[in-house]
Design a protein around this ligand. Structure first.
Ligand SMILES: C[S@@+](CC[C@H](N)C(=O)[O-])C[C@H]1O[C@@H](n2cnc3c(N)ncnc32)[C@H](O)[C@@H]1O
Length: 335
């Protein structure tokens, strides 16, 4: 059985993806994961044999879906890796914009070289798989695994003596090279590629465009949970900028602002009539509340079931001690 590789995606459903997929109604063939992120749920659904359609607004996440969901057979060979690491580090977008902000200058130059070389790989699946592997290496080297940490703090946490003195952990992996991490994990990433004999697809749309364009039996919604740490552009936007080689503005419909959340959910639910089933993940420490969501969903569905499960999110750097209950709303559209 192919295994989902280590991605370290904030808000992932790795530990409950099986549980979510075991609640997919019987007569579903096409499963649409509309906020696919690190693709843990898409991957579990692909393993179960569904035709999976994954979508996420961020380019980096589109690459994850393209590499692990749509891709059925392309892996990275020894020659591909040689190509990725060939040449001399260069002063490109990362060097000019993020040297001494996210990584040291020499590291930024390596990133600029690898991005350029990845673009020379022979097809789009290899490119996405290599990009997903490079993402993983970037995350391993970044304290707290997100790109919202001030440079002074990054330097401090990458100081192995300091880290050991303060936290009894050297965090030596932050100071290994990108290449070291990529070579270490390439086998796991290659092994994760598989064919489930369905033509699975990856898209890179805003949720509202995705709904217009994508047909399926069931839409699965795992949006950023409003009121929790959920600024995905902040977490990973620097990777999208690296891939597009330009500074980007944060995207809209991001579920960050509490005052827009109810309207945004209502607008979203009002568009879901084309799907027979919808499933929504949410939890008891986010906004809107379970009761508010029930009243919104009930405008568009006469058949709503809610399943609950204890699930604590692991937040790097601090343990989330709150008692979290994860909800799975399963609704059937009004006929
Ligand atoms: C909670 S995460 C999904 C996690 C995923 N289920 C997993 O297991 O890795 C929410 C995702 O929604 C995406 N997102 C946020 N706003 C979006 C929008 N307007 N359209 C599409 N995707 C969006 C974010 O980029 C993020 O990846």
């Amino acid at each position: 059985m192919p295994k989902y590789p280590m991605l370290n995606y904030i808000g992932n459903k790795d530990k409950i993806a099986e549980w979510i997929c075991s609640n997919i109604p019987n007569n579903v063939g096409v499963f649409f994961d509309a906020f696919s992120g690190g693709c843990s749920v898409s991957y579990a659904a692909k393993q179960k044999g569904y035709k999976v359609i994954s979508n996420d607004i961020m380019m980096v996440n589109y690459n994850i879906a393209n590499a692990l969901i749509e891709n059925a057979r392309d892996t990275l060979s020894k020659e591909d890796l040689e190509l990725i690491f060939s040449g001399i580090p260069k002063e490109g977008f990362m060097y000019h914009n993020y040297a001494n902000k996210l990584y040291f200058p020499e590291e930024c130059k390596e990133l600029d070289l690898y991005v350029e070389n990845i673009n020379k790989l022979s097809n789009k699946y290899k490119k996405s798989l290599a990009t997903t592997l490079l993402r993983r290496a970037m995350i391993r080297k970044m304290p707290y695994s997100r790109f919202t940490i001030p440079w002074e703090k990054i330097i401090q946490l990458r100081d192995e003596e300091y880290s050991y003195k303060m936290y009894k952990r050297k965090r030596a992996y932050h100071n290994k090279s990108f290449r070291y991490h990529m070579e270490k994990e390439v086998i796991d990433y290659n092994d994760a590629v598989f064919d489930n004999l369905e033509s699975c697809k990856a898209y890179n749309f805003d949720i509202f465009d995705a709904i217009d364009k994508i047909n399926a039996d069931l839409i699965y919604l795992d949006p950023p949970y409003t009121g929790t740490m959920n600024n995905y552009f902040g977490f990973y936007g620097a990777i999208d900028e690296m891939l597009s080689k330009k500074k980007l503005a944060p995207f809209n419909h991001n579920f960050v602002d509490k005052k827009d959340a109810l309207d945004l959910f209502d607008a979203l639910f009002s568009k879901l009539g084309k799907y027979k089933y919808w499933m929504l993940s949410y939890n008891n420490s986010s906004y809107p509340s379970k009761e508010q969501l029930i009243s919104l969903i009930s405008k568009y569905s006469d058949n709503l079931q809610i399943i609950e499960k204890k699930h604590n999110y692991q937040i790097t750097g601090k343990q989330n001690k709150t008692k979290n209950v994860e909800y799975l709303f399963i609704a059937e559209s009004k006929g």
